[in-house]
Design a binder for this molecule. Structure first.
Ligand code: ATP
Ligand code: MG
Ligand code: FE
Length: 344
């Protein structure tokens, strides 16, 4: 089946076209530049940008794929979680298409879509698998038994998300928003053992209660203190070294806990998704550490890790092929949709 997927949960207007496991088009319009001067995504600005970008992005996806809207067999859309106003634009557009074309609509969970997208690159998902989702708004470890119905949280961040930490630390270091890619680049020229930053929730006591949870706010504060102390002393801040040391701390905790979770669950496949999965050090470290334990790691290419419409179409295609019942045409967008609810 040919499935069109729409993503508007944050600041990317994404429209993807997928046939089975084959990616035909992945058109993304981002309003990130409009948010940069605020140092974070401004909801109203994002909603308006989605409204303006929606139709052109749909047209661009159809053009790239060489299909007409009438060829589409089903519509999939991110129905949550995310920014309420932003989600509403995508859900309204998807409903309009579904009604106009007389095709079923699947309102899906954004987090499950971050997992499902990998099949566009590496084929059918290994199920069960341990999914680690790391983005600007989420950091969680999930047990995925069936990506269309069974996603169970094992742990999550108790404060900042990993991407949020990247963005905040980048700001401290004077790097532009969103900071992840800039830290990644700076870190390549830096010394990752220059500063021994804290690894959150890894002490024996913390592990008792938070074995599969993350905490990044203490790390961010530690970087802030370190940078302030340097500035007070009048010495220049070695941006590349601090970036590398910070990145090492994040990747160390993420990979350690993901592997521990997989081993505890008796799962041999780890799948990493979300914007932070684009991080080059995280990819390399996960690969290396997992291999040492006989665990396979799958990470989609960076362009499919950040928010896009193809991931939504990929999950929609799976809903169709596994015979799931479509969503109601009047289903609402749900900004706090729990990860366990894969299909609305
Ligand atoms: P959600 O959390 O709902 O998925 P989001 O907009 O944060 O929404 P993504 O587009 O998946 O979702 O992720 C964006 C985040 O990923 C930003 O915080 C950004 O800094 C981070 N990021 C992107 N590339 C990299 C990278 N190479 N290294 C580290 N972080 C990165
Ligand atoms: Mg984004
Ligand atoms: Fe996302």
């Amino acid at each position: 089946p040919l499935v069109l997927g729409i993503e508007t949960s944050c600041d990317e207007t994404g429209v993807g076209l997928v046939r089975g496991h084959t990616l035909l088009a992945d058109a993304v319009a981002s309003s990130v530049d409009e948010h940069a001067r605020f140092g974070g995504v401004v909801p109203e600005v994002a909603s308006r940008a989605h409204l303006e970008a929606m139709v052109p992005t749909i047209e661009r996806a159809c053009e790239t794929a060489g299909v007409r809207l009438h060829d589409v067999d089903a519509i999939a859309v991110t129905s949550g979680p995310g920014l309420a106003g932003a989600l509403m634009v995508g859900v309204a557009a998807a409903k309009a298409l579904a009604i106009g074309l007389g095709k079923p609509i699947y309102g899906v969970n954004h987090l499950a879509a971050h997992v499902a997208v990998d099949q566009l690159e590496h084929g059918p998902l290994p199920e069960p698998c341990l999914a680690m989702l790391v983005s600007g708004g989420h950091s969680s470890l999930l047990r995925v038994t069936d990506v269309t119905i069974g996603v169970d949280p094992l742990g999550a961040t108790i404060d900042d998300a990993a991407g949020e930490a990247f963005d905040k630390v980048a700001r401290l270091l004077g790097l532009p928003f969103p900071g992840g890619p800039h830290i990644d680049r700076a870190a390549r020229e830096g010394d990752s053992v220059y500063v021994d930053f804290p690894r959150g929730l890894t002490s024996r006591r913390d592990l008792e209660r938070h074995r599969f949870d993350f905490s990044f706010s203490g790390l961010k504060t530690a970087v802030a203190r370190w940078v302030e102390a340097r500035e007070r002393s009048g010495e220049p801040v070695p941006v590349n070294d601090v970036a590398a040391s910070f990145q090492e701390a994040v990747c160390d905790v993420l990979t350690r806990k993901a592997i521990d979770a997989a081993q505890t669950q008796g799962i041999e496949d780890i799948l990493i998704g979300g914007g932070v999965a684009a991080n080059s050090r995280l990819r390399a470290m996960a690969e290396e550490r997992a291999a040492a334990k006989g665990i396979r790691v799958r990470v989609p290419r960076p362009g499919l890790c950040t928010d896009n419409g193809a991931m939504v179409a990929a999950l929609g295609a799976e809903m169709v092929s596994r015979g799931r019942t479509p969503s109601a045409l009047d289903h609402p967008a749900d900004s706090s949709l729990p990860v366990t609810e894969v299909l609305v």
